[in-house]
Design a protein around this ligand. Structure first.
Ligand SMILES: *Cc1c(COP(=O)(O)O)cnc(C)c1O
Length: 379
């Protein structure tokens, strides 16, 4: 991976390797004006906020969750974090000890898997298909672990626009997942990083909104709409959990950046988030469509995911191929960067899979990049 990023810096490459919003759709000019306002207020630069975040931001996030997720919550059950990354790390910190088991989709977001392993957890994967996590497989896995007297501490899912697969879990599976959680007394972590990048249909109900038993902990972030550099996310969940989170968070960071918290407050209050979301949807949907069409035309017969949400498409190379070797050769010979997806899998079933990002690449380069992949594959 580091070799890939070194090379991408050295010469002009077409990069399908990103995981970030397109800087050209971010409201950078408005942010500049807002930052001037924010930085002129000494209390917003010279002061910490409470460790769980500025009260006004927690209030805005509660409104946000009411508006978009139909979730009624209150600011005291919300903790503002340094991105979704810290939200997920804090969950690892309070829930996971050496030898504990956490279940995730396979493939899943590699940073969470790595982070939770750092707390000593063993990650058990449940496969994903075009309808999301295969919940029948989850049930089998949980039963088997129970038979071995092993307790599952957390079940991690990215139900909408999953990273890396791009897949969105259908409602039936969401219901089933909650039923399984209820039956086996499980705690679910719902990572909503891509919930606002939905290109087709009505927003699926969040697990959090369907949960009647307080089993779902909601992890949110503004990164994928307002910019990953802001580093503002949040956790929302049952009071018992959030009280523990508040206890451990303060000593680690004091608080998330005060000016950035206020930038987000104003972005929510003044409709900047809503505008940025609209722009992002238009831009990424267009690029997604070009990428899917190119793959269908140029990589005939290869299996790939067709996301209705998120930023990523997975492509299965020919059986037996090695995604790492392919990605290296592709970069060296063709100047196209992709991410080998093996690390996202909890077992070795993803060796021949690569991940393509469509949010960051300029639209006019997509077809050329896919053609290069096709050439190297001998199409
Ligand atoms: C990007 C991402 C996050 C969090 O990113 P932050 O920038 O730390 O908010 C969390 N989960 C998934 C699946 C992501 O792709």
């Amino acid at each position: 991976m580091s070799k890939i990023s070194d090379l991408s810096r050295k010469r002009e490459v077409i990069s399908f390797a990103a995981g970030e919003p397109d800087p050209s759709v971010l409201p950078r000019k408005i942010f500049g004006e807002l930052m001037k306002e924010v930085f002129e207020k000494v209390e917003l630069v010279g002061n910490y906020t409470p460790a769980d975040g500025a009260f006004e931001l927690r209030e805005e996030i509660a409104k946000f969750m009411k508006k978009y997720d139909d979730v009624k919550t209150d600011p005291n059950k919300i903790v503002v974090t340094i991105g979704g990354s810290q939200a997920l790390d804090l969950l690892g910190r309070i829930f996971l000890d050496a030898g504990d088991i956490a279940i995730s989709e396979s493939p899943s977001y590699v940073n969470t898997l790595i982070d939770w392993k750092q707390y000593g957890a063993r990650i058990v994967g449940v496969p994903v298909d075009d309808s999301g996590m295969i919940t029948d497989e989850l049930e089998k896995t949980v039963k088997k672990l129970k038979g071995e007297r092993k307790r599952v501490k957390l079940v991690y899912t990215i139900p909408t626009g999953q990273n890396p697969s791009g897949v969105t879990m259908i409602e039936e599976r969401r219901k089933h997942l909650l039923e399984i959680a209820s039956q086996y007394d499980l705690i679910l972590v719902e990572d909503t990083a891509y919930n606002h990048l939905l290109y087709e249909g009505q927003p699926p109900k969040t697990l959090r909104s369907m949960d009647k038993e307080g089993r779902v902990i909601y992890s949110g972030t503004f990164s994928k709409i307002l910019g990953t550099g802001l580093r503002i996310g949040w956790l929302e969940g049952p009071s018992e959990v959030m009280d523990l989170i508040k206890m451990v968070k303060g000593p680690t960071d004091m608080c998330a950046s005060t000016p950035m918290q206020y930038l987000v407050i104003e972005s929510l209050r003044r409709g900047i988030f809503e505008d940025a979301k609209k722009k992002a949807l238009e831009n990424y949907k267009m690029k997604r469509d070009i990428m899917i069409k190119s793959i269908e035309e140029k990589l005939k017969g290869l299996k790939f995911t067709k996301p209705i949400a998120g930023m990523f498409i997975l492509v299965w190379l020919k059986k037996g191929m090695d995604g790492y070797a392919f990605a290296e050769e592709l970069l060296e010979k063709k100047g196209v960067a992709v991410v080998p997806a093996a690390a996202f899998y909890t077992d070795d079933s993803g060796k021949e899979v690569i991940r393509l990002n469509f949010s960051m690449v300029p639209p006019e380069k997509i077809e050329k990049g896919i053609s290069s992949i096709a050439e190297l594959l001998g199409f």
